[in-house]
Design a protein around this ligand. Structure first.
Ligand SMILES: Cc1ncc(C[n+]2csc(CCOP(=O)(O)OP(=O)(O)O)c2C)c(N)n1
Ligand SMILES: [Mg+2]
Length: 318
């Protein structure tokens, strides 16, 4: 893989998210945002292995997935800030990003609800007969939800070409996953006999390799594959309004993970100086943020357009 280009993509997501958090502190973001900081290597590694015709389904922590899927950062920023020109015309906000052009089928705020939707996309891929797969991202807590179990069971029985990427960040909102009494992601998928691998989710090259292999298996008819990517949120679960949550995780744990930040891991393998790249990406993000803030709100006359889901959603753009 081109590590420098992956680094640039991860840096774009990081600076995008950090700008948004600063906007939130100033009361400029309507609703809640779930930052993706620290988990960038998962989105960039997995989506670097995707065929552009393959559908992706995400959840409320979807900004990084959208950017790594190829969505315009400017349009995503406008969407999250509720400005004119947003990716979904202002109807998605932070948690429900969708983009037909880049085959982002949608994102959901309901934990695990993205999994059955993705199984449908995998069934559509199978019926298409073009040898493609469908991909879904979820948290480690999501795999403990009933809908996840049902989806994996049906997907396994039907050998659907579905890649499930579980982003195991060790926390479920402000509850540590080790406090929760349900099976761990690997226990659950192992119990269902699903092929799965655990990967260092802060190592973009390792994630990319795992996704390349898992997608090849899906496309070859081996049925659903699961990647459990161990990673960590750099900031926090979510921010509603102007006030970030009080610290809820042990400082020592945060420091330990900060030392293994995905950008640091990748930078350690890139021989060139990255200072000018940082300045370049920061300038790009500043420019699109200023343009978004200068734009007005969406035209109220568009409030009811494009809100019904029709059968052509999957078929369009084939
Ligand atoms: C069905 C449902 N139950 C509860 C919630 C509230 N909730 C939002 S995020 C979250 C934690 C999910 O943790 P995980 O799946 O590990 O994802 P992460 O947020 O860590 O990325 C919960 C319980 C919800 N959105 N949907
Ligand atoms: Mg989690």
């Amino acid at each position: 893989m081109d590590l420098l280009s992956a680094y640039r993509d991860m840096l774009t997501i990081r600076l995008f998210e950090e700008s948004l958090l600063r906007c939130a502190d100033q009361g400029l973001v309507p609703g809640t945002i779930h930052p993706y900081t620290g988990q960038e290597a998962v989105a960039v590694g997995v989506l670097g292995a995707r065929h552009p015709a393959e559908w992706v389904v995400s959840f409320y922590r979807c900004h990084g997935h959208a950017l790594a899927a190829g969505c315009s950062p400017e349009r995503v920023m406008r969407e999250i800030l509720g400005r004119r020109g947003g990716l979904c015309g202002g109807k998605s906000g932070s948690m429900h990003l969708a983009d037909r052009a880049n085959r982002l089928l949608g994102s959901t705020s309901i934990v695990a609800a993205q999994l059955p939707v993705a199984a449908g996309a995998a069934m559509a891929a199978r019926l298409d007969g073009a040898g493609h797969a469908a991909l879904v991202f979820c948290g480690d807590g999501a795999l403990g939800a009933g809908g996840a179990y049902e989806t994996l069971s049906i997907a396994a029985a039907q050998r659907l070409p579905l890649l499930v990427v579980c982003e195991d960040n060790g926390w479920q909102d402000q509850t540590a996953s080790e406090w929760v009494r349900h099976l761990s992601p690997t226990e659950l998928v192992g119990g269902l006999n699903l092929p799965h691998v655990q990967v260092d989710g802060n190592d973009v090259e390792a994630v990319r390799d795992a996704a390349t292999d898992a997608l090849a298996a899906c496309r070859a008819g081996a049925g659903p594959q699961v990647i459990v990517a161990r990673t960590y949120l750099r900031d926090f679960h979510a921010q509603l309004g102007e006030h970030p949550p009080p610290p809820y995780r042990p400082e020592q744990e945060r420091r330990r993970w900060a030392a293994r930040d995905p950008l640091t891991v990748a930078a350690g393998r890139i021989p060139t100086d990255l200072t000018s790249l940082h300045a370049e990406v920061a300038a790009e993000i500043d420019a699109l943020l200023l343009a978004a803030l200068a734009a007005g709100e969406p035209d109220p006359a568009t409030a009811t357009t494009g809100v019904s889901v029709t059968a052509d959603l999957i078929g369009a753009g084939r």
